[in-house]
Design a binder for this molecule. Structure first.
Ligand SMILES: [Zn+2]
Ligand SMILES: [Zn+2]
Length: 100
């Protein structure tokens, strides 16, 4: 049975500390409740992933979709303007929908 993005699947989320510790600068006042990052921009299919918020400190979240194995890195700073959610295009459909 072929995999499809509308079947529930667990994304792996790995936090990589940058080693700089907590952010020094103040958070962006425009995003007091975090940022939703939309990297899919309307592309379909896409995956929506809730991130641990706020991040523990400055670093990167590495996100991997188990269906299409795309890897995405998102920077974060352990502040209120960290990303709370990310939407990424899923490549699965493109791979499988190529004309045969
Ligand atoms: Zn996915
Ligand atoms: Zn995917």
């Amino acid at each position: 049975m072929p995999l499809h993005t509308n079947q529930p699947h667990q994304h792996s989320i790995t936090f990589l500390p940058s080693g700089r510790g907590a952010a020094q600068g103040p958070p962006d006042p425009n995003y007091p409740h975090g940022i939703q990052l939309d990297l899919a921009q309307g592309a379909s299919p896409s995956c929506t992933i809730d991130l641990p918020y706020p991040a523990p400190e400055c670093g990167l979240f590495l996100i991997k979709c188990p269906l299409c194995e795309v890897n995405i890195a998102v920077t974060c700073a352990g502040r209120v303007d960290d990303p709370t959610r990310i939407i990424i295009p899923c490549r699965l459909q493109q791979v499988r929908s190529q004309p045969s």
